[in-house]
Write a protein that binds this ligand. Structure first.
Ligand SMILES: CC(C)(COP(=O)(O)OP(=O)(O)OC[C@H]1O[C@@H](n2cnc3c(N)ncnc32)[C@H](O)[C@@H]1OP(=O)(O)O)[C@@H](O)C(=O)NCCC(=O)NCCS
Length: 152
């Protein structure tokens, strides 16, 4: 079951995103601040693993700065051994339903063009997200920004 993250979950969120290959432990340090309830309208949800070994998944989305009624899907990760079982799709559908109910109109996803993210891009396409833009060398040299959106 999805529940709202608490500051005490942060080490487990870091473990999960590191295990999922999204960030190194150093890069994931920003989460200690990002996941604090800071009133910027961000939502972070986690799902406890049935086997008691930490978190099964995490989902973090927040208002897109400067856009009207648009949200950025900032982070989504499923524990590696639980991937491919429909959890990620269920998380995205949950986010979309939540945002629809809150009168939002657009979801924005910024991902990477590297081969490591081939499956992630396929995941968003499969969920009906449209791929619009590729910005060369955006994240770092050789790592393009790939932008997806979906109307709600
Ligand atoms: C991307 C991610 C959240 C998808 O979650 P998931 O639970 O594996 O995805 P689902 O099982 O709901 O959907 C699988 C679909 O997405 C794709 N997919 C993406 N990553 C996959 C993976 N690691 N294993 C299997 N399928 C994957 C497949 O095309 C599959 O399509 P299908 O159902 O038609 O076979 C998850 O794989 C993950 O945490 N990846 C690492 C972190 C990451 O890349 N996050 C996104 C950064 S922008």
């Amino acid at each position: 079951m999805l529940r709202t993250v608490t500051p005490a979950d942060t080490p487990q969120v870091v473990d999960l995103v590191v295990a999922a290959g999204m960030f190194s432990r150093e890069e994931a340090g920003f989460l200690h601040e990002a996941l604090l309830p800071d009133g910027d309208g961000g939502t972070c949800l986690v799902e406890d693993a049935d086997d008691g070994a930490g978190l099964a998944s995490v989902l973090f989305y927040r208002p897109e700065e400067g856009s009207e009624r648009a949200f950025d899907l900032t982070m989504i990760a499923v524990r590696p051994d639980l991937q491919g079982g429909g959890r990620g799709a269920a998380l995205v559908r949950h986010l979309e339903q939540d945002l629809r109910e809150r009168g939002q109109r657009l979801v924005v996803v910024r991902t990477s063009g590297t081969p490591q993210y081939d499956r992630s891009r396929a995941f968003y396409r499969g969920l009906g997200y449209a791929e619009h833009t590729r910005v060369p060398d955006y994240w770092t040299d050789g790592d393009d920004l790939v932008l997806f959106t979906r109307r709600l």
